[in-house]
Every structure is written in structure tokens, then in C-alpha cells.
Design a protein around this ligand. Structure first.
Ligand code: ADP
Length: 422
């Protein structure tokens, strides 16, 4: 297998989002969970997205895991590797976007890396190095209050410089508007001045194709799904991939029982769980009892097995912000979150043991816990359920899943997902 594109994503649902973007653009794409084993059997594909959980771990660990993923991708022929980060540039002054970009750039022997989280289609634009989320600068968006990575500076040139070894420059919109050659020239000039990275502006969809083509000249870049789209377009335009592969993971119907799990407490997921009550049985975990050591997972499994022969079921821990805050105040945020994630993973494993092959999971961390417990090594991309949420089919064809981060999808998400997972 010779990969046209390798990607390393710093979280699982972001990886699915990127893999979905590449697949829709026409690249045959596989998403792996973690760095694959050397002997993992993969079909012939254009791109592999290695999913890591490295967004909020100590920088040295994120660097080590990313380097390992990079080595795996390069060994399979990837001439270009993109480090996929969140489109809101979630990071702190300690990392991990800067340290990982520095390490991958050095390993690739490049002087400078192009960096942009812009994705105009999803209202993430960068102008003069400042990231806008919709109409507001990053530091005025809800990201300013993010529990792990509060983003209080919209200037990504400054944000990235604080976590990078070398100075960070800017490829401004006027340069991008002049086209690929102008961007290349600017990158060369910045590298000559000792910059190790450059934030690239992008405001319009067409800017991504310019940046993708310029990035593809180098062996490494950093960005969100928007840059992935630009790279995919550049690869197709250059004739390096056929670009006719959308939906290769659609596959045959699996049938059998189906289940949904919701561990996200986002507004969108709360509304989706409420909407699901009209179309399937819903069991609500009691997080208080769970934290008190009761076998809530066992009870949920027993509940599910009584009903699952008649149609899909949903098991949810999701609660409104008041209830979540009360539980966190009693048990601590991490302890509460991890205990519920572990229970969800146990329920998922129990369901699969009992024959479930179609599984929908709401919540980024929850999805990570489930996929890790099920030890699923890699997925092919199926049809898109909602923006950024594809159907995933295991490469052995044995299971289909939908993994969504909390805020994704419309009100009928669970029913929409199951309808595309026959
Ligand atoms: P999202 O994608 O919406 O952020 P995640 O699954 O990533 O969803 O995160 C939700 C976190 O909240 C998980 O750690 C989950 O275990 C935890 N959680 C789920 N239900 C509750 C609850 N009722 N109270 C407190 N925490 C909860």
C-alpha cells in the first residue's frame, strides 16, 4: 500500500470528522484507532487517519505518540502527513499543537510548517492570524470557558508562538488570494527568517485549495478538516489519487439488534435523547447510584436484553447542567466522568457479547471509551449521517458504528443514524 496522505488526529471524533471530509472529497480513507499493529490488514486506500487521544495529555506523551503514528504512516509511503487539530485550536501554552508540530516538522526535515484551523464551511475563518468562530473572535466564543483549554487569545500567531520552539509567522489573506506560488514564496521567506511555523489565513472555501496545494509541497502540515479538504483537492487536481471513492465503506446490511448509548450532556444530545423517546425505549442510568458503586451497567444490560429483540434501544447517562454540576461537586469532575465512561464501555461490551453489531454512541470521550473497550482497530467510512458524523464500518466488516461528539447532529440524530446502518 502506498498512501497519498497520512493524518494524525489528536482525538477520535475529530479523526472521524476528518476521515469523513476526505472520503466525501473522494479519497479512499481508513480511520485507525491508535497506531495500528504492524500486521493490521488494510484494504487499498488513499489516506489513513490515525486517531490518538493526545489533545489534553502532557506534551512529551503527545509528541511520542504522534511520532510513532508518523513513522507508521511514512513506512506506508505517506509523502505528506497532516497533524489534525481542533478547528478551535484547542490547546494551552504547554501544548500540544506547537510541540507536536515542531517534532513532526523536524522528523520530516522541513524548515517550516503551514498551520491553519480554518474551515469556512463550518464558520471557522482566519484573518490576519485571528481565528473567528462564526461572527466572533475565538476569545469571545464559548471556547473562552472551555474546561480544559480555555481559549482567551484569538491571535493564533501568538497562541502558537507561546507553545513553539521557533518564531511563528503569518501567511496573510492577501498572499493567499494571489495563489499557490505566492504562498510558497511567503513560506520560503518566513523560513529564511527563522520561522518554524506559519499561521495561514483562509476566509473563503477557495482559499483551502490554495493552502492545500502549497502544503502538499512539504512533507508536513497542521490543520483541521478544512486543510484536509484542501489537501484532498490538491491530490486529486495533481492526479495523485483518482478521487472517486466517496462512501466506500457503505457495505452490505448487517441486520440484528441495534443500540444507542449517550454519555454526552451537551444541549444537542439532551434534545436528541428526548426526541428518541418517541421512537425507541430509553433507559436512563442513575449516575448517583453508579458512583455509589451499584451495578448500574448490569441493570442497563438486563433492561436492554428484555427489549432489544423488538427494535433498537437507547441507554443514556445524559443529564442537564444542574444535575451534572451536583454530581461533579460530590465526586469530582474527573472521577464522575471516568466512572460513567467506564460504565458505558462495559454496557457496550456486554451488548456486543450478546450480538449487537450496530452501535450509535453520543459523546467524544464516551465514544473513545467504548471504542477502546471494544478493541476495534480500524474503520472504513460510510455515508454521512449529519455534518461531520459518518457511519463507520470496521475493516473486517463485522460492525457498524456512529460516533458523534456532543454538539453534532440534528434532533432526530439517533433515528437518522440507525436508518443509515441497516
Ligand atoms: P461531549 O462530546 O458532549 O463533550 P463527552 O462524552 O466527551 O461528551 O463528555 C461527557 C462527559 O460527561 C463524559 O466524561 C461522561 O462520562 C460525563 N457524564 C455523562 N453523564 C454525566 C452525568 N449525568 N453527570 C456528570 N457527568 C456525566
Amino acid at each position: 500500500m502506498t498512501l497519498a496522505l497520512g493524518c494524525i488526529a489528536d482525538d477520535y471524533t475529530g479523526a472521524s470528522d476528518l476521515a469523513n471530509t476526505l472520503s466525501k472529497a473522494g479519497l479512499r480513507t481508513v480511520q485507525t484507532i491508535g497506531v495500528p499493529a504492524e500486521d493490521l490488514a488494510l484494504p487499498e486506500v488513499d489516506a489513513v487517519v490515525v486517531s490518538l487521544k493526545s489533545r489534553s495529555i502532557p506534551a512529551p506523551q503527545a509528541v511520542a505518540a504522534s511520532r510513532e503514528a508518523d513513522a507508521w504512516l511514512r513506512a506506508r509511503g505517506a509523502a505528506h502527513v497532516m497533524f489534525k487539530v481542533c478547528s478551535t485550536f484547542d490547546s494551552t501554552d504547554a501544548g500540544n499543537i506547537g510541540p507536536v508540530t515542531d517534532a513532526l516538522r523536524e522528523d520530516a526535515g522541513e524548515a517550516i510548517a503551514l498551520v491553519t484551523p480554518a474551515f469556512p464551511e463550518t464558520a471557522r475563518t482566519v484573518y490576519q492570524g485571528n481565528l473567528f468562530v462564526g461572527a466572533v473572535p475565538l476569545n469571545e466564543s464559548p471556547l473562552k470557558d472551555h474546561p480544559l483549554n480555555p481559549m482567551r487569545d484569538s491571535s493564533l500567531v501568538r497562541v502558537l508562538a507561546r507553545q513553539s520552539r521557533a518564531p511563528v509567522g503569518l501567511v496573510d489573506l492577501a498572499t493567499v488570494a494571489r495563489g499557490v506560488e505566492a504562498v510558497r514564496e511567503r513560506l520560503r521567506a518566513l523560513a529564511g527568517e527563522g520561522h518554524g511555523a506559519a499561521i495561514a489565513d483562509a476566509v473563503f472555501d477557495g482559499d483551502l485549495a490554495v493552502l492545500g496545494a502549497a502544503a502538499l509541497d512539504a512533507r508536513v502540515s497542521t490543520g483541521a478538516s478544512g486543510l484536509g479538504l484542501g489537501l484532498a483537492r490538491a491530490l486529486i487536481a495533481a492526479g495523485r489519487v483518482a478521487g472517486t471513492a466517496a462512501g466506500t465503506g457503505a457495505g452490505a446490511a448487517l441486520g440484528g439488534p441495534a443500540a444507542c448509548l449517550a454519555g454526552s450532556c451537551s444541549q444537542a444530545t439532551l434534545a436528541q435523547v428526548a426526541a428518541a423517546e418517541a421512537v425507541m425505549p430509553v433507559h436512563r442510568l442513575d449516575p448517583g447510584r453508579l458512583l455509589a458503586g451499584e451495578d448500574e451497567a448490569g441493570a442497563a444490560l438486563a433492561w436492554a436484553m428484555e427489549r432489544i429483540g423488538d427494535g433498537p434501544v437507547l441507554i443514556a447517562s445524559s443529564q442537564d447542567p444542574g444535575a451534572v454540576a451536583a454530581l461533579q461537586a460530590r465526586h469530582g469532575r474527573d472521577a464522575a466522568g471516568h466512572a460513567i465512561e467506564a460504565a458505558m464501555a462495559t454496557i457496550a461490551a456486554g451488548l456486543v457479547e450478546r450480538g449487537v453489531r450496530r452501535l450509535v454512541v453520543a459523546g467524544g470521550e464516551t465514544s473513545g471509551a467504548v471504542v477502546d473497550r471494544l478493541r476495534l482497530p480500524a474503520f472504513l467510512l460510510g455515508p454521512e449521517i449529519a455534518a461531520g458524523v459518518p457511519v463507520l464500518r470496521t475493516t473486517d466488516g463485522g460492525m457498524v458504528l456512529a460516533l458523534k461528539s456532543g454538539n453534532f447532529g440534528g434532533r432526530e440524530f439517533f433515528a437518522d443514524a440507525l436508518a443509515l446502518m441497516p
